[in-house]
Write a new protein. Structure first.
Length: 637
């Protein structure tokens, strides 16, 4: 069976149905929305697939094709008439479940009749529903007349088709089709809204799961202690769901390091995700990997600076909304020369050149380790397939290809779902110089709005504003009233508590990085704010964080010449501009330098600096603060 039987038989539906339906004042404009109505029908089928109660709607959908074929051929349609009669009832029940879930719940366990469901969906007027079966011809509206006939031939008590006369059977076929299509058009807005939570397709390509896991881990960490920013959350939701969505466009949110851009993106992705249960056979699996779906398409620029990998991930997310996925090459599959776009704006090797001390100390072994990792293999592949240049020998045409592919995916989501929101955090970490941002379309499709973030004054910030039409916003610092929300120390609890929050406010001036540090200190002291540390400068935080990277196990004690955590910190700092690192690669790096360490022991040691890294719970880690990575490379390598 086709997974899109409505659209696959559009000409048959148009031939046998449209002319009749547009005679009704209620359905007079159906011809303007006919294709969209059939698309909606296929999305309803996708929502029913593998559903414990409505899977029959999917399994029996081939009867739609049989009806269209039967209408094209003369003969006794007895078998198909009875099949479609049964299908009309389970179809309308599924529509009531989607259109009015609370109303459907009232009927669960009571086996409602077809007449009851028609009444709930308002497909006939109360007067029409009250007519005797032989009074059907008194109904003036031909569509309502046909829906009444569909009801007439369904026994309300036994739910078995009645014995039909031949003329009734012939007439029933168009009646059944009308009863199936009419509620799609009548309740188009409600169905479209409900199906926003539909996930139609799984992720394809195992290499995408690494990025999805680390992004999900980063998002969880931000949401765990998120507080405040209510005005910003509301304002950005209104912006993304308002006029910007109608026309398609970008909002660029700028803010200094540690101002809370990533946390705000995480919160928005949570708020914009439908509160209702997701629908579709693949929804549970997809949402375990990407819990922000189907509300938004999400990307953390901290996790990759490879345009091809980024677009592949965004297209894969878009495909979870589509009945037929947009084709895209596997992330690790080699491109031909005209589509090879693996490129790094910064890399492990580039970082080594900046940090001469580290390079002189252990450049050969570090490079050997780098070349053995997934990141190193990806960069080698990029050079191999691009004629030796890390940016490719034809990067302009490569970007055009990626840009078109991303636009196609976004456009298809808008067409099928109605709208789509894109959130990309940390543009400047995708491309420090901005040139690798060319995969983002100059104009987004109508119905697509995007929130992007960057640090102000960066080259990437300037590039994007010069090359794309964008509405720019600047993230402000926290208000005094928001301090207790983060510290969890209530001003109303007493003078000491209020004085503590005043101290945090005066020391931080509302800079979220410093406020979050004080809040973390309160948590670490079990809520005893009197023991908490309140920092007045980021340098103090960075120095303390660096001191925490000292191993305490036998692999890295005070008398050892090899400190595991210190070496891991150096490695993470150097890799920070390029990619997160798998724990097993870190283990291999340590063992390559002569120290054997079990993976569980390595993970245990890293837990002592858990607040400073992202992705530890998924064994693929990266330093949380770019500022800290810069600090380590500058002062410790």
């Amino acid at each position: 069976m086709s997974n899109q039987p409505f659209q696959a038989n559009v000409e048959g539906f148009r031939k046998h149905l449209l002319g009749v339906m547009i005679t009704s004042p209620e359905y007079a404009t159906l011809s303007n929305h006919f294709d969209a109505t059939l698309l909606l029908g296929d999305r309803v089928l996708a929502a029913c697939k593998e559903h414990p109660e409505f899977n029959r709607v999917w399994d029996k959908a081939n009867c739609l094709i049989e009806v269209v074929h039967a209408l094209d051929q003369p003969g006794d349609p007895s078998g198909i008439a009875e099949n479609i009669l049964t299908y009309v009832e389970i179809w309308l029940k599924a529509l009531l479940w989607l259109v009015a879930p609370s109303r459907w719940e009232l009927h669960v366990g009571h086996n409602p009749t077809l007449a009851t469901i028609i009444q709930e969906l308002s497909l006939l007027t109360p007067n029409e529903l009250g007519l005797a079966d032989d009074m059907w011809s008194t109904i003036s509206d031909e569509v309502h007349q046909l829906i009444f006939l569909a009801k007439r031939y369904r026994n309300a008590v036994t739910h078995e088709p009645q014995s039909l006369q031949y003329i009734d059977k012939v007439r029933f076929l168009p009646a059944a089709l009308v009863a199936i299509i009419a509620p799609l058009y009548k309740h188009h807005a409600l169905l479209t809204h409900r199906l926003e939570s539909l996930i139609t397709y799984p992720f394809v390509g195992q290499d995408l799961y690494g990025m999805l896991r680390t992004m999900a881990s980063e998002r969880r960490a931000h949401l765990q202690y998120f507080a405040g920013r209510e005005d910003w959350v509301v304002a950005l939701q209104q912006k993304l769901n308002g006029s910007l969505k109608a026309t398609g466009g970008y909002v660029l949110l700028s803010g200094a390091e540690g101002s809370g851009k990533s946390a705000l993106c995480a919160k928005l992705s949570e708020e914009l995700t439908s509160a209702s249960d997701s629908l579709g056979a693949h929804s549970a699996v997809v949402r375990r990997s990407a819990p922000w779906l189907p509300g938004v398409l999400f990307l953390s620029g901290k996790q990759s600076n490879q345009p091809r990998e980024i677009v592949a991930l965004l297209v894969a997310q878009a495909n979870t909304h589509l009945l037929s996925p947009v084709a895209f090459i596997e992330v690790d599959a080699p491109f031909d020369s005209d589509v090879s776009v693996l490129a790094y704006s910064a890399s492990f090797e580039d970082a080594l050149l900046v940090n001469q001390g580290f390079e002189e100390r252990d450049s050969l072994r570090s490079r050997d380790f780098y070349n053995s990792t997934r990141a190193g293999r990806a960069r080698t592949q990029a050079r191999t397939h691009s004629g030796g240049s890390p940016h490719g020998k034809d990067s302009t045409s490569n970007m055009v290809i990626l840009k078109r592919k991303l636009y196609e995916a976004l456009d298809q989501v808008v067409l099928q779902r109605g709208h789509v929101i894109l959130i990309i955090d940390a543009l400047d970490e995708i491309s420090a110089e901005g040139t690798q941002l060319g995969f983002l379309p100059e104009q987004l499709p109508s119905g697509c709005s995007a929130l992007l973030t960057t640090r102000p004054g960066t080259i990437a910030d300037t590039w994007f504003q010069n090359h794309r039409v964008v509405e720019r916003l600047t993230l402000t610092d926290l208000l005094r009233t928001e301090i207790p929300l983060l510290t969890k120390v209530s001003d109303s609890a007493g003078t000491a508590e209020r004085d503590f929050n005043d101290q945090v406010w005066q020391a931080s001036l509302g800079w979220p990085l410093l406020v979050a540090s004080a809040a973390r200190s309160v948590r670490e002291h079990g809520g005893d704010f009197t023991q908490a540390t309140v920092d007045r400068s980021v340098d103090t935080i960075l120095q303390r964080q660096a001191r925490e990277w000292r191993s305490t196990s036998e692999q890295g004690d005070a008398n050892s010449s090899f400190d595991v955590l210190k070496e891991v910190l150096a490695l993470l700092a150097v890799f920070e501009p390029a990619t997160p690192i798998d724990l097993d690669d870190i283990q291999g790096f340590i063992e390559y330098q002569g120290t054997v360490i079990a993976l569980d022991d390595l993970r245990h040691q890293l837990q002592s600096v858990g607040p400073q890294v992202e992705g530890l719970d998924v064994s693929r880690i990266k330093l949380r603060l770019k500022t800290f990575a810069d600090y380590v490379r500058t002062t410790h390598l």
